[in-house]
Design a protein around this ligand. Sequence first.
Ligand code: CP
Length: 307
Amino acid sequence: MSLSSRHLLGLSGVPKEDLQLILDTARTFREVLERPIKKVPTLQGKTVVNLFYENSTRTRISFELAQKRLSADTVNFSTSTSSAKKGETFKDTVRNIEAMKVDMIVVRHQSAGVPQYLTKISKANIINAGDGLHEHPTQGLLDMYSIHERLGKLEGLKVCIVGDIAHSRVALSNIYGLKTMGAQVSVCGPSTMIPLGIESLGIKVYHKIDDAIKENDVLNVIRIQLERDAGRRIPSLREYHNYFGVTTERIEKFNKDIVILHPGPINRGVELSSEVADGPYQVILDQVTNGVAVRMAVLYLLGTMHS
Ligand code: CP
C-alpha cells in the first residue's frame, strides 16, 4: 500500500484510501511511542529539513521528534538565524539546502502556496506544516486520529469547528479531511469570522454556540488569531467569550458527552474556559501525542515511496 502523491500539500482532494492509510499507519507508530525505546530504523539514511519561516511550538517539535523516532537525520532551519536575514531569496535558500542532498522538506510559511512552489524548485518530498491561511494537513490528520481514538469512528459523526474560521488553515484541513471520511461538518462563529459562501463546501453554519453544542458530537475549537488581525472582527475578547466561549456551564446545560479539541496554542478564557481546557471533555494533550504518531506515518509513507 502506498500514497497516491509523493507530497502532502493539503487534505483537499486527497482520496479516502490515502487518509485511511495514514491513520492506520499512525496507529502502529502510536504503539511505538509507548515502548521504553521509542525508536525504529525505518528512515535510517534519509535526511529531512524542517524549514520554518513562521513560529511554531507543537508542529516543529512534533516533526523533529517524529523524524528522530524514525532514525532519520534531521536539520532545523529558522529564519531568524539564517542568511534570509541578509536578504537571500527563498528560492536561493532552498536550492542551497537541496545541494546538501536532502530527501524531504517540511515547510511552514506565512504565505499560502509556498509548499506547492517548493515542489517546482526541489526534488525532495514536500510536507506542508501550515501555509498562510490555506491548509495545515498534519493538524487535520491528527485531529481526525484523536476523534477516532475517542469515539471509535469518523463516518456519520457531527463535528463543528468553532471560532475564527476566516483565519484558520486548521479549519480548512479539518473540513476537507473530515468530509472525505464521511463526517458531517459544520462551523460556528460570528459572521465576521465565517468566510462568505463557505456553505458551498457542503457544511452547515451556526451563529449560536449553544446550538453547536446541542447538535454535535465533537467541537474543534480554533484559536482567535490576534496576530492575523482577528481582533478587528470582534468588539472585544470578553464579548467573544460571552457569546462563543466554550464553558462547562454551557456544555452541561445539554447533559451530553461532547468531545472538545483545540489545536493550540489556547487563549485561555477566550475560546475555552480554563475549566474546559483542563477538564474531562477535552483531548488536547492527546492531540499533541497523536501528532507525533501521525507525522511519523506521513514521513514514513512519503520517505519510503518509490519514485
Ligand atoms: N497547532 C499548531 O500548529 O501549533 P504550533 O503553531 O505551535 O505549531
